[in-house]
Write a protein that binds this ligand. Structure first.
Ligand code: UGA
Length: 444
């Protein structure tokens, strides 16, 4: 099949395009970001992501993928157009549709044969309605075009794995013809006939769910909001655990063994970050508000997440006086496995500590700031140099690398012997035995 992806150098567009090209389709990834397109044509990925370089190499050498800034030829030739542009939040929490509108314009100006237009970007139904109205000015739905919502559930850092191992494929549309075409697009993935050699695949077929457009979008919003709710829930329970002498790691394990609850997204930490969970909760709040509804849970989940940074600061203050201290922070990205620092709890912490006049040293194995955010901040490429003379070490991202380091050496070079482990990744007994004062989340 011939497929065009608008927003093809962005996170979702790129992974989706490469995944579909690996399945054997002829894919053109279109993007206005010229530099990224050049980088991709040179066989390099503009994002840090496991497996991406090898799938890029496969697809460029098979000739199944092309990258371009020019939408015209590929859109008019394609059967399927996937919209994967960014959907940032406005101040009020609702979604800024600027990039979606530009994608609609690009499709309108290159509309020839029947097309299925697939919305991958996470947007409320209003955006789909807008698209329908715009296309319907010159074309007939069902005859010239159909619209599908096919949400993605890719996690940054595991996105290539997730593309080839989806737990479900949701196809939301009111057109049987469009449903069949999109199901066909995924056929070899659904039947596990094709994948990526280096990623092991389970044998069981992938469930395909046919829904209405509105339900497909709510499945996406609901999933992210539910994951965020679990994280806020466990962080709240962790706070209480500290006051009753319980250990949240044991509590979370014990709860997760109940199959009705399950183990995932019960890891306490510095609060959820990244470009998705908070944005989607804000979008649900904005949707409710615009419809005159007074919903409560989404707001509380966000509120709990906002105070989680105060919890970390409280722990730091228990050990040192912030404005007189040298504080080392390990981890900048919003989670391990990615260089993405958007909406990262670590960045939030750094901003807060900077306003409290702390001197800060930062180390992350992969991520960095594009531009310096404070004169009192130093970035290190060596973990050991980053802790020299520090009063306290705060671990904000769960990089496995942090488990490999020599903590006796770290103990020797630090001035204060304090560790706040905001991810509960270290072996606390071992760290305490070295002489550190250790503080995790929800543990005593
Ligand atoms: C999330 C969803 O997990 C994906 O399914 C979805 O496709 C994606 O948003 C999206 O909408 O595009 P992602 O933003 O990559 O994926 O991040 P997650 O892996 O879900 O983690 C989000 C945050 O929660 C991170 O800061 C992570 O450290 C934190 N987290 C996660 C916890 O604090 N505890 C947990 O137990 C799990």
């Amino acid at each position: 099949m011939k497929i065009s992806i608008i927003g093809g150098a962005g996170y979702i567009g790129l992974i989706t395009g490469l995944g579909l090209a690996q399945l054997g389709h002829k894919v053109t990834n279109i993007d206005i970001a010229e530099e990224k397109i050049k980088t991709l044509l040179n066989g390099k990925s503009p994002i840090y992501e496991e497996h991406i370089e090898s799938v890029l190499e496969n697809c460029l050498s098979s000739g199944n993928i092309n990258f371009t800034t020019d939408p015209s030829d590929s859109i008019s030739d394609s059967d399927i157009i996937i919209i994967a542009v960014g959907t940032p939040s406005n101040k009020g929490g609702d979604i800024d549709l600027t990039q979606i509108k530009s994608a609609i314009e690009q499709i309108k100006s290159n509309f020839k044969t029947y097309k299925v237009v697939v919305m991958k970007s996470t947007v409320p139904l209003d955006a789909v309605e807008l698209m329908r109205q715009e296309f319907s000015k010159q074309h007939q739905e069902g005859k010239d075009f159909d619209i599908v919502s096919n949400p993605e559930f890719l996690r940054e850092g595991k996105a290539v794995f997730d593309f080839f191992n989806p737990e479900r494929i949701v196809i939301g549309t009111n057109s049987e013809k469009a449903f069949k075409l999109i199901e066909e697009m995924y056929r070899d993935l659904i039947d596990r006939k094709k994948g990526l050699d280096e990623i092991s695949q389970e044998n069981k077929k992938i469930p395909v769910l046919k829904t209405s457009l509105a339900s497909a979008q709510m499945i996406k919003y609901g999933s992210n909001a539910f994951l965020a709710t679990r994280i806020s829930f466990i962080n709240e329970l962790a706070e209480l655990c500290e006051y009753v002498g319980a250990d949240i790691n044991e509590v979370s394990k014990g709860m997760g063994l109940d199959s009705r609850i399950g183990e995932s997204y019960l890891q306490p930490g510095p609060g959820f970050g990244g470009p998705c969970l908070e944005k989607d909760l804000n979008a649900l709040n904005a949707l409710a508000k615009n419809r005159g509804l007074f919903l409560k849970i989404f707001k509380e989940v966000l509120e709990r997440n906002n105070v989680q940074i105060d919890e970390i600061i409280r722990k730091i203050k228990k050990s040192v006086s912030i404005n007189e201290s040298l504080i080392t922070i390990w981890g900048l990205s919003f989670k391990a496995g990615t260089d993405d620092i958007r909406n990262s709890s670590s960045v939030r912490l750094i901003e807060n500590l900077s306003t409290l006049n702390a001197k800060i040293k930062v180390f992350d194995p992969v991520a960095t700031f594009n531009s310096p955010i404070s004169k009192d901040l130093e970035i290190f490429e060596d973990p050991y140099l980053s802790v020299e003379d520090s009063d306290i070490l705060v671990i904000m991202t769960e990089w496995p690398d942090f488990l490999e380091y020599d903590y006796s050496r770290i103990f020797q070079s630090m001035r204060g012997k304090n560790i706040v482990d905001a991810r509960n990744i270290l072996n606390s007994s071992f760290i305490k035995a070295l002489g550190f004062s250790y503080s995790g989340i929800g543990v005593i």
